[in-house]
Design a protein around this ligand. Structure first.
Ligand code: IVH
Length: 704
């Protein structure tokens, strides 16, 4: 490829990647596998590495990896970023309408739009000629903080607009879309974390012995205002955009009062329902919004959302009712910071109080002990709650939670209910301070605290509770996905001693299963078949399944794409691992430690023997890549090795770009010689081929 073609390829890759981001993060309809996506990203990064002068801020490679900021700059918003007045019931909403109709009687005939009120952080995004150039927090509504690099890490945020279905990359490079972004577009939306993502994040933190977060909103706030964009990137933020703050176009004299009419492809929308449609067409993720003719209709829609609130995968604390027509909305003006033309119709809080009967302790798959509250059953949002999480032992002491206390409980959407804190005023003197256990509640072995971590651990590798959690994780949907293997079966297998580690699943036999309660032939066969099917899972899933600290689905996919097999991964060093974006010193160390533990060796060897050993084809790009450390070099290996097996060393050299041949010739660049090397060593010495030890090889490959 000449330079011009390479640049074209770069542009094509950027469009492809952003299109797949859009499919995945905005439409929730991915059309390529994570693996394929990773390959595009890899190729893009490699071109940009060779041509740093081609890197632009709107390249998808620039979403993460911006340097740590010293402080956030301030920016004056182009128009005040307003707040909202509240209404707490239907009469409150009717009263709002009456109030504003006194200011402008057109309000009586107005139509409305009603949208969920997302419980996140308001953000303001600036696009110049269709490119995301700046993002800010709301701040005090007049001046916000510039958090562009942090916002860029949010994959649902389009770096270029329009990004619509019409822009689907084709071989024909002419965009088929007719919709264009105005020269300046400034939009506002809400950044937040979805509940399942929040729970996954907390589960990973808990497994790593770290403090878990109390709620998605604070987590999102902390992530957005972190000075290190790498931290923001590691938090599963998303966003929804619902407002145009500024719209300027050099092609038209100004916003047309008639709204998007026939020539409307570069015209500012004139009401809220068109705004949402327009933002969606540009490629922004938008909230579900409903157009209503009357205020009573909006009240009915609010009722419907209240019903479905608990089933949503994000938190909302009410609905926003907006006067649809922008002209009227603006004419109605503002009281303080609240526009008259909109109102937040809040939901009743999903918070209750009940008595804390006792504190129980769970043992997680990494041995982390987590306390939970055993409660006097209480109804919250239509569900009876008997247990709630207490996060960690420090939380209990910080909040001074005592057994017998009346406590405040919150249940939000699908998240596990959690204890907010005690009601100290309700104490009667009988409440008992809590003492954490000194031994594991399951295996009775002493518990330990690891320095620098908040968690207490059961360090007994043979603890059955840990094994149960481990196997549960191993077979779960995001991991090996062994269909039909629920928690009950896992418990049976462990307590009956049929399995001592996850690899034992692959040597289970029908006869043994039939001895278990509830098993007949059909059930046993189905289970064995599901286990056998899981052998075909890709490496990324096996890596997730192994439950290594810090290695969730995303990290596992990165590792699989980079190393291709457990053989090469198990040989990696902390330094080598950290060359992968998203892997820091902690995860790198956790991986190395995991592979060093003898018990894990045994599991791996058993998995290999059972043929559970996926090997990924590394992309042609990566192995042909000229800037891999061993690219263009040919190696011969001889003698007894200490740190590698033969298969390992070959894979190691290949992953780093080198070639391995069987015999020494003038073309051999290096001979790797172990103990007791024979004729190949002599030949290399004769030909003057440099001789390296295994350690030298690692150094050459940049892995030491
Ligand atoms: S409209 C003039 N729409 O709620 C427009 N706000 O309590 C005023 N919020 O500061 C805001 N979802 O951060 C609007 N669909 C939505 C919203 C929304 C969440 C937030 C916003 C605002 C706060 C007011």
């Amino acid at each position: 490829m000449n330079e011009q073609q390479l640049h074209k390829r770069l542009e094509e890759l950027r469009r492809q990647i952003e299109y797949h981001n859009y499919q995945y993060h905005v439409l929730d309809q991915p059309i390529v596998s994570d693996y394929e996506y990773d390959q595009f990203m890899l190729e893009l990064r490699q071109i940009e590495e060779n041509h740093p002068e081609w890197i632009t801020p709107d390249s998808p490679s620039q979403r993460a990896g911006a340097p740590v900021a010293e402080k956030f700059e301030k920016v004056q918003h182009p128009a005040p970023i307003l707040s909202l007045g509240n209404a707490f019931d239907a009469d409150g909403v009717r009263a709002w309408l009456e109030r504003i109709a006194k200011v402008d009687e057109r309000a009586l005939d107005a139509d409305f739009v009603i949208e969920p009120k997302l419980d996140g952080l308001s953000v303001v995004l600036h696009y110049q000629d269709g490119i995301f150039v700046q993002g800010a927090t709301r701040g005090d509504g007049e001046v916000g903080e510039v958090i562009t690099d942090n916002l860029r890490t949010i994959k649902a945020l389009p770096l270029r607009i329009p990004m619509t279905n019409d822009r689907r990359p084709t071989t024909d490079s002419a965009p088929s879309s007719v919709l264009c972004s105005p020269s300046t577009l400034i939009v506002r939306g809400e950044a937040f974390i979805r509940l399942p993502d929040f729970e996954e994040l907390n589960a990973e933190l808990a497994a790593a012995g770290k403090k878990t977060y109390v709620n998605p909103r604070n987590t999102a706030a902390g992530a957005l205002r972190n000075l290190d964009p790498a931290v923001t990137a590691s938090r599963p933020l998303t966003l929804l955009i619902y407002q145009i703050v500024d719209w300027q176009d050099s092609l038209t004299p100004g916003p047309s009062p008639s709204g998007s009419g026939e020539s409307g492809l570069r015209t500012k929308p004139s009401n809220q329902s068109e705004t949402i449609a327009y933002l969606r067409a540009l490629g922004f993720p938008v909230p579900e919004s409903t157009h209503c003719r009357t205020i009573e209709e909006t009240i009915a829609i609010h009722g419907e959302w209240q019903e479905k609130r608990a089933a949503l995968d994000y938190e909302i604390d009410g609905m926003v009712i907006k006067i649809n027509n922008h002209q009227l909305f603006n004419d109605l003006g503002v009281v303080g910071k609240d526009p008259r033309g909109a109102v937040a119709f809040k939901f009743p809080a999903q918070e209750v109080t009940t008595q804390l009967l006792d504190i129980g302790v769970n043992v997680g798959r990494t041995g982390v002990l987590t306390p939970y509250a055993i409660l006097e059953p209480v109804e919250v949002g239509g569900v009876v709650v008997k247990q709630a999480t207490l996060h960690n032992f420090d939380f209990i002491f910080e909040k001074d939670i005592r057994i017998g206390d009346r406590v405040r409980i919150k249940r939000a959407g699908d998240v596990i209910p959690y204890v907010i804190g005690p009601i100290e005023a309700a104490r009667q003197g009988k409440e008992q301070p809590y003492t954490p256990p000194e031994t594991c509640p399951d295996c009775n072995q002493p518990v330990k605290r690891i320095e620098g971590e908040v968690a207490w651990y059961c360090v007994n590798a043979a603890c059955p509770a840990q094994l149960i959690r481990n196997v549960e994780h191993f077979v779960s949907r995001g991991a090996m996905d062994i269909v039909g293997m629920g928690i009950k079966i896992v418990e049976q297998l462990v307590t009956e001693g049929l399995i001592g580690d996850v690899a034992d699943l692959y040597t289970l036999e029908q006869e043994a299963l039939l001895a278990l309660e509830g098993f007949a032939e059909k059930k046993a066969d189905n289970l064995l078949e599901a286990i056998a099917t899981s052998k075909g899972q890709p490496l990324s899933r096996l890596l997730t399944a192994l439950g290594i600290r810090g290695v969730g689905e995303v990290v596992a996919a990165d590792l699989a794409a980079h190393y291709g097999s457990l053989d090469t991964l198990s040989q990696s060093t902390p330094e080598g691992l950290q060359t992968i974006a998203g892997i820091g010193p902690n995860i790198a160390q956790a991986l190395v430690d995991w592979f060093e533990r003898p018990a894990n060796h045994t599991v791996l060897e058993k998995l290999r023997a059972a043929n559970v050993w996926p090997v990924e084809q590394l992309s042609a790009v990566s192995s042909l890549q000229s800037d891999l450390p061993l690219a263009g070099l040919t190696f011969v290996v001889t003698g007894t090795l200490t740190g590698f097996t033969r298969a390992n060393i070959k894979a190691f050299i290949q992953t780093h770009g080198g070639k391995v041949t069987g015999s020494v010739s003038k073309k051999t660049n290096y001979l790797i010689a172990g103990e007791n090397a024979g004729s190949k060593l002599t030949k290399a010495q004769e030909l003057g081929v440099p001789i390296l030890s295994e350690i030298d090889l690692r150094q050459l490959a940049g892995e030491s």
